[in-house]
Design a protein around this ligand. Structure first.
Ligand SMILES: *Cc1c(COP(=O)(O)O)cnc(C)c1O
Length: 363
């Protein structure tokens, strides 16, 4: 099996736009809270009731309900593994769109479950009709990524509702909303709005992206207690550290919320600039609802137009990523598919646009 490969670290001074990280440093209030927590000679108490409560409240759960409707883990990627392991073994399958989050294809390897990929639509969105058509009695888990990493579009609420009508209530549906805080489309699905209607739905969120705590490893799932208990039964105990708990709690305090909302607004503004500048070059950039923008490789049928100077996509994802790397900036290539550019520092936006423009114009 191919091992997980992390986005490369920069070797020259430049920008790291390869892992959808938050370019802002930690919030001062979060750093202060971390500095006050010194009891790292002790195991953290795993229950973490205050953190579960403040997460649960956002989904309309009482403090008592939050205890078993919220599941914490060392990153939401850990919960993806737990859910697939708990629900799907040898002879079972799980379904996901492609291209989507790079961790999905490998989630079933250890348990023996087979991953079934359903290609995105031409607009780089989940093809929910095709996904529903692909369901079989062996499908145990469906992974939906909204907004979709790496292509950007969010799943629409109406499409989600129609899809759920076709899914059996004993098939687990995971709505992976790692980038929900960046979504601006009012028609997009939102975990809080749909969770209560579906006992077979788990919503995943993380502190890694919008909250800028990627290095501390803390994410969560919200859903039915029996499903979350199954996830917990295959989890490695005590993986969420006390420091991660402290940082996550501090991030949900009102002051920190105001400050991070301001940062998120800035990142959204940069995303819109990056998207419209790249569209201005003529590229077919899908709607970006996360903190990243997708530059597609051009389809065969567009090659002729490209010779005439019309560029809907780039010739080669790998060649574009190499051009970025030459310039000291890192992006994430998906060979044969496209390149994902994370929204980083303000100064990185014109740099990224410049590199893409030069690359497209030189063939
Ligand atoms: C980054 C990401 C995650 C997981 O992030 P964690 O750091 O493990 O919380 C999950 N899903 C998607 C789609 C992501 O891009």
């Amino acid at each position: 099996m191919p091992a997980y490969r992390q986005g490369a670290a920069p070797t020259k001074p430049g920008y790291k736009l390869s892992s959808n990280e938050n370019p802002f440093g930690p919030l001062p209030s979060v750093l202060e809270a971390l500095q006050r927590r010194a009891d790292i000679n002790r195991y953290a108490a795993a229950a973490m009731p205050e953190l579960r409560q403040s997460i649960g409240e956002r989904f309309g759960f009482t403090a008592a309900e939050a205890a078993d409707h919220v599941h914490l883990a060392a990153g939401s990627v850990a919960i993806l593994y737990q859910l697939v392991h708990a629900a799907a073994g040898a002879g079972d399958t799980y379904l996901h769109a492609w291209p989507s989050f790079e961790a999905y294809p490998a989630l079933g390897i250890a348990s023996g479950a087979e991953a079934i990929r359903v290609p995105l639509t031409e607009r780089a969105e989940h093809d929910l009709e095709a996904m529903a058509d692909a369901l079989t009695p062996n499908t145990r888990v469906i992974l939906l990524c909204s907004p979709n990493n790496p292509t950007g579009p969010a799943i629409r609420r109406t499409d989600f509702d129609r899809f759920m009508e076709r899914v059996s209530t004993d098939t687990l549906v995971v709505l992976d909303e790692a980038y929900r805080e960046f979504v601006t489309d009012p028609g997009a699905v939102r975990g809080e709005d749909v969770l209560r209607q579906h006992a077979n739905l788990v919503v995943l969120r993380t502190f890694s992206k919008a909250y800028g705590l990627a290095g501390l490893r803390v994410g969560y799932g919200v859903g039915h207690p029996r499903i979350l208990a199954a996830a917990a039964s295959v989890a490695i105990p005590l993986s969420v550290t006390g420091l991660a708990e402290t940082a996550a709690r501090a991030s949900l305090m009102p002051q920190a919320q105001t400050e991070s909302a301001e940062r998120i607004a800035q990142l959204i503004e940069r995303r819109e600039t990056l998207m419209s500048e790249l569209r201005g070059i003529g590229l077919d950039i899908p709607d970006a609802e996360g903190n990243f923008v997708w530059v597609p490789e051009r389809a065969e049928r567009d090659a002729r137009d490209a010779r005439g100077g019309v560029h809907r996509g780039v010739r080669s994802a790998e060649a574009l990523a190499a051009a970025f790397s030459e310039a000291g900036t890192l992006v994430r290539p998906f060979p044969g598919l496209g390149v994902r550019i994370s929204v980083g520092e303000a100064e990185s936006i014109p740099v990224a646009v410049g590199i893409v423009r030069l690359h497209v114009q030189s063939g």
